[in-house]
Ligand binder design. Structure first.
Ligand code: AP5
Length: 211
């Protein structure tokens, strides 16, 4: 049976890292709203300012994007299943997504809640380096300078600064955490907690047990 998944977690909890591994191994369609908005922000100063300050993009803009994305990719979604990374992040987004999915005849099966404390989030994100071409993540401590997928020079993400990470973390606590109760109350959806502070392989194994 084709299944659809959501990854929810604070900044740095490993959503992007795990999504990349999962979609490579299980051929799921990967939708990262963060990656899409970062691409769009290259030609949109308002969006750039929102992301660089760590604030959320307005719900209407996010829902509009998702709605178009799902409609344009519905055949693939039904064939492979989709992994949502970083969406939804507010109750409004979750409720609107549910309407879109019902209309398109698709359902969410599993919601993963990745946990990570604030100090570890700061540590990881200050040491993160990214490829701006393909979005791959690296650790500064590994001393890799160029992306192993596309040979692009790695850089720091503009929102990976202490005060901005703090803002992103607080927004997660206030606006995204209420989604846990929202999904917990839906009997047809499995809500699975993942200890994001373990090493990458351990986290991957925790997730794949429930795929
Ligand atoms: P987004 O890109 O989604 O950022 P985020 O949620 O803050 O998450 P991150 O990408 O920082 O962390 P991650 O959990 O993916 O961790 P990663 O795997 O990279 O969104 C960015 C912005 O876009 C938002 O702030 C907002 O403005 C906007 N936006 C996006 N979606 C939106 C929405 N739905 N609504 C409104 N606005 C939206 O790992 C981090 C580092 O840790 C890496 O260096 C990695 O190598 C390392 N690492 C990963 N796993 C491990 C491990 N197990 N052990 C040790 N190190 C690890």
């Amino acid at each position: 049976m084709i299944k659809n998944y959501i990854l929810i977690g604070p900044p740095g909890s490993g959503k992007g890292t795990q999504a990349k591994k999962l979609t490579e191994q299980f051929h799921l369609l990967h939708l990262s709203t963060g990656s899409i908005f970062r691409q769009l922000a290259q030609h949109d100063n308002n969006l750039k300012e929102l992301i660089t300050s760590g604030n959320l993009v307005p719900d209407t803009q996010v829902v509009d994007l998702i709605s178009k994305y799902i409609r344009n990719n519905i055949i693939t979604v039904k064939k492979t299943g989709i992994l949502l990374d970083g969406f939804p992040r507010t109750l409004t987004q979750a409720k609107n997504m549910s309407k879109i999915f019902v209309m398109e005849g698709i359902t969410i099966n599993v919601v993963y809640i990745m946990t990570l404390n604030y100090d570890e989030s700061i540590n990881r994100l200050l040491g993160r380096r990214v490829c701006t071409m393909c979005g791959a993540n690296y650790k500064q401590s590994n001393n890799i300078i160029k992306c192993t997928y596309c040979n692009n020079i790695l850089s720091k993400r503009s929102d990976d600064q202490v005060n901005i990470i703090k803002n992103r973390f607080q927004i997660y606590e206030k606006q995204t955490k209420p989604l846990i109760e929202y999904y917990d109350n839906q009997s047809n959806i499995d809500v699975i907690y993942i200890n994001g502070s373990k090493d990458e392989n351990d986290v991957f194994n925790q997730i794949t047990k429930h795929l």
